[in-house]
Write a protein that binds this ligand. Structure first.
Ligand code: ADP
Ligand code: MG
Length: 373
């Protein structure tokens, strides 16, 4: 459905290629994460698929069409088969929700009857029925992204490209959007999503293609985000939203309690040492020094571990949201692993299938339909 064959992309005036020898194939119906640090080439890949740009070398084929041989005048038709959403939503600010979704259909010459049926269905699919008359500025970020998704789907595309679609959203809203994308994929639409959000990638366990400096370094069928340690980040940058702040507070609390525990142990050891010295002095034996054998080191098993240790170290109270990366200093990593917003994969609702069919989300058509067919 999407094939990259040894694709290199070099932008004019740059010394290093943005993409170098990239080779992969995405099958119909797949959900694929495209991951990698900023500047690794994710958006460049998506632009090549949309034919917004062409490779310097190699071949990109989408929906059975070699994009090199696709005439410029056919590009708008070709793009009708591909929906795309972006981090910044890209809504028309002076148009209502309904008009934003209808606009694409109007531009491509759809009949009024079709538009009047398709737009409300697309809005219902993304959970925005009832907000048709709102202006974009009257919506939350998550709702604006839902409008953008409805607009991307209204043309019944076979592929949905999403370039960091949760990049401007808070963690809870991001989870909603991820669930929506998973549901759209469950309806048969192929989804290719570029993202930084390691939490989602880890949870969804879908195929992961990883880019590093324009080179493909991984293609894993049920992958996680992978090693995030070489992505430079400052703690304040990764703390986003109240939930994230709460998570960090919880981590700091665990650190504090662990530190308290150390001082309790040290005090215990000192007390023990004093008692032994006193006992030795009373029995008239030779002076006892602080020799190691008389003072139990804090880590020694003979110093009784308080029964609460396990409780203190395990984070029972606040679990951080999906997007919070563990501060690197915190151990164990398990402290921040559980997510407050687990992504549950969709069960396909029979009642929704009609809508999915209307939007071209169902998988009933097994043939790869080329953009000009
Ligand atoms: P990502 O989406 O992973 O952040 P991009 O595909 O946007 O990566 O960028 C990959 C590389 O190509 C970066 O080094 C970026 O600076 C460069 N680049 C992207 N677009 C252009 C452009 N239009 N002109 C010149 N360089 C570009
Ligand atoms: Mg990008």
């Amino acid at each position: 459905m999407i094939r990259f064959e040894n694709v290199t992309k070099r932008y004019r005036g740059t010394s290093k290629p943005a993409l170098s020898g990239v080779d992969f194939e995405v099958q119909r119906g797949e959900f694929v994460f495209l991951v990698g640090a900023s500047g690794s080439g994710k958006s460049s890949c998506l632009r090549l698929i949309l034919r917004e740009d062409v490779p310097t070398a190699g071949r990109v084929a989408v929906l059975g069409r070699d994009l090199r041989s696709l005439a410029n005048r056919k590009v708008p038709y070709f793009r009708r088969h591909i929906g795309s959403v972006f981090q910044d939503f890209r809504l028309l600010p002076s148009k209502t929700v309904y008009q934003n979704v209808a606009f694409t259909l109007q531009v491509t010459g759809s009949s009024r009857g079709f538009i009047q049926q398709a737009v409300p269905e697309a809005l219902a699919l993304v959970g925005l029925d009832g907000k048709q008359k709102r202006m974009p500025h009257e919506l939350s970020g998550g709702e604006q992204q839902r409008v953008a998704i409805a607009r991307a789907l209204v043309n019944r595309p076979q592929v949905l490209l999403a370039d960091e679609p949760t990049g401007n959203l808070d963690p809870a809203t991001s989870v909603d959007i991820m669930q929506l994308l998973a549901r759209i994929n469950a309806g048969g639409t192929t989804v290719l999503m570029a993202t930084h959000e390691a939490g989602f990638v880890d949870q969804m366990q879908r195929r992961v293609i990883e880019l590093r400096d324009g080179e493909m370094v991984r293609d894993e069928v049920h992958g996680g985000y992978g090693d995030t340690s070489n992505i430079p980040r400052l703690v304040p940058e990764q703390v986003r939203g109240a939930a994230a702040a709460a998570a960090l507070t919880a981590v700091q609390e665990v650190q504090r309690q662990t530190a308290d525990l150390s001082s309790v142990r040290a005090a215990l050891a000192e007390e023990l040492s004093m008692q032994r010295k006193a006992a030795a002095a009373e029995s008239g034996s030779a002076a006892v020094t602080d020799a190691p054998q008389t003072v139990e080191p804090p880590e020694s098993p003979s110093v009784p571990e308080p029964e609460t240790v396990a409780d203190v170290v395990e984070p029972p109270v606040v679990e951080p949201p999906a997007v919070v990366e563990p501060p690197t200093a915190v151990e164990p990593p398990a402290v921040v692993r559980p997510r407050t917003h687990p992504i549950t994969l969709p069960t396909v609702d029979v009642a929704e299938l009609g809508v999915a069919d209307r939007l071209g989300l169902s998988d009933e058509d097994d043939e790869e339909v080329g953009p000009t067919s």
